[in-house]
Ligand binder design. Structure first.
Ligand SMILES: Cc1cc2nc3c(=O)[nH]c(=O)nc-3n(C[C@H](O)[C@H](O)[C@H](O)COP(=O)(O)OP(=O)(O)OC[C@H]3O[C@@H](n4cnc5c(N)ncnc54)[C@H](O)[C@@H]3O)c2cc1C
Length: 470
């Protein structure tokens, strides 16, 4: 046995034994397949390296894992799909929630109750037979709970608001191991914080939220050749600003790689992919999108009527494991000059892959919800995310960071703050601060200090210490 293996085993064996006493699901030690599976997900940058992975089989396992962490003073975290983790944890206990994927739909009340491990596709499939749909986003493979804790801007966001706005209650294990249901009456401040403030307040084991009577969309993507159309992004912006609230749209700008698997017409081209979901009367869809066809030559067109169960086809997001980073920026307006500059940056040749995302916000997302929540910068008109794909430790990391900073710089004059959900990879304290208005940040930190005074929860959007909220 090597020195390192012996050290690891000495540290982790008593912990694993303790966890096995209280957990009905599996407890995985470092080096095992379950440990590797639990800590691996879509995001490959800085994966977690916990002392133990608890593969929870029931919600009681989550409570048991948090109680052991509290007793031993260890950090504890949850992961479902790994789409959104930030800085990886070093040591401690990671709760793998994949088996807690139950979804119950109440068609009368138009609500769903989900376990911590349900993905949006699980919810979509359970709701569709009742003619209902959730406020899911572009990639239905993401976990419904974490998406909602970060606000959740979805395909019907402009019509119905953020996913967080429609949460009825959450079941939460706080850092002391206490398991409770939180709603607007039981603990209004904690309920406010959980709906948009991120995962700093406990591990969520269940969530109930509203569903909407939508069965079909008119949607998909129009892939435009922007090589000779520098105004393509601004054309989309002008069009989007005129669209009704039943339409939510976004754009990706990138040079498609010239390789097998990429549709022929797009290989090596600068493509502006306009993606949209219209949830109004389907027959009106084609007329609404007509102006987009004259923005630039059309390379591919996937717009059609589709059942909500196929909503993942709208943006057709890249959803395979990858190492990527991205700053999500929220702006009050997109200026034509900045958009032309953005397209120029997207077009430049680089040794690494990069994509720029823009999402149209406003509508119900800009209005206060019935029960207030902590979603930051609701008045933003657009969200922007510059994504770069480089392997950990790549010599291109510095150039990728410089590109993301350059993109952010183009919009500095109109920037309101950061987006919790559209920021990818580790975020620093300044970025988390920028996700909320100062007063809301102070409230969030106060709630966190109440429910996790020792800051044991390892989360992807860590709130600052009280003295650093200013
Ligand atoms: C391709 C892609 C498309 C996306 N599209 C959208 C979109 O359209 N709209 C949008 O709003 N967001 C979008 N996102 C962002 C996504 O919602 C977040 O990354 C979200 O955190 C992913 O949740 P997850 O459970 O899948 O990921 P995970 O990586 O498993 O979890 C992310 C973090 O959430 C916390 N967490 C997880 N489970 C729990 C729990 N049970 N209790 C408390 N905290 C928990 C942990 O800190 C964890 O590190 C997208 C992301 C990607 C990669």
């Amino acid at each position: 046995m090597s020195e390192t293996t012996r050290e690891t085993t000495e540290k982790t064996d008593p912990l694993n034994a303790l966890l096995r006493e209280g957990v009905r699901g599996a407890v995985h030690a470092p080096g095992s397949r379950g440990h590797e599976r639990g800590r691996t997900g879509m995001q490959q940058v800085d994966r977690h390296a916990p002392d133990a992975v608890v593969e929870a089989a029931e919600t009681e396992d989550v409570r048991a894992a948090v109680a052991v962490a509290a007793r031993l003073g260890l950090p504890v975290a949850a992961q479902r799909t790994g789409h959104g983790h930030g800085t990886g944890m070093r040591g401690g206990i990671l709760v793998d929630t994949r088996r807690l994927d139950g979804v119950g739909v109440d068609p009368e009340r138009r609500t769903a109750r989900v376990g911590a491990g349900a993905t949006w596709q699980d919810v979509i499939d359970a709701a569709a037979p009742h003619g209902l749909a959730p406020l899911s986003g572009s990639a239905p493979g993401v976990g419904a709970v974490s998406y909602t804790l970060g606000g959740g801007l979805g395909l019907m966001g402009r019509r119905y608001g953020y996913a967080a706005d429609h949460v009825r209650n959450l079941d939460l294990v706080t850092a002391d191991g206490d398991h409770r249901r939180v709603d607007a009456r039981s603990d209004p401040e904690l309920f406010w914080a959980l709906r948009g403030g991120g995962g700093s307040f406990g591990l969520v084991t269940g969530m109930e939220f509203g569903l909407f009577p939508v069965e079909h969309l008119y949607g998909g993507s129009l892939y435009l050749d922007a090589t000779d159309s520098p105004q393509a992004l601004d054309g989309w912006r002008r069009w989007a600003e005129q669209t009704p609230e039943e339409l939510t749209s976004g754009v990706s700008a990138l040079v498609f790689p010239d390789m097998e698997g990429v549709p022929g017409p797009m290989r090596g081209r600068l493509v502006v992919q306009v993606s949209l979901a219209w949830s109004g009367p389907v027959e009106r869809g084609p007329d609404l999108v007509e102006p987009l066809y004259s923005l630039a030559p059309v390379l591919m067109d996937t717009l059609r009527e589709l059942p909500y169960t196929e909503s993942g086809a709208v943006f057709d997001d890249h959803d395979d494991p990858a190492a990527f980073r991205g700053e999500g920026i929220l702006v009050d307006a997109l200026e034509p000059g900045a958009l032309t500059g953005l397209l120029r940056l997207a077009a430049a040749e680089r040794p690494f892959m990069s994509v720029v995302w823009l999402r149209h916000l406003g509508g119900a997302m800009a209005r206060p919800p019935e029960v207030p929540g902590a979603v930051g910068h609701r008045n933003a008109a657009f969200a922007l995310s510059a994504l770069t794909f480089t392997e950990p430790g790549s010599p291109d990391d510095a150039a990728a960071a410089a590109l993301r900073a350059e993109v952010a710089g183009l919009f500095a004059d109109r920037t309101l703050g950061r987006s919790a959900n559209l920021s990818f990879g580790a975020v620093d304290a300044d970025e988390v601060r920028a996700m909320f208005a100062p007063e809301d940040l102070r409230r969030l930190v106060e709630v966190r200090e109440r429910v996790d005074p020792h800051r044991r929860l390892h989360t992807n959007r860590p709130l600052p210490s009280p003295e650093r909220t200013g």
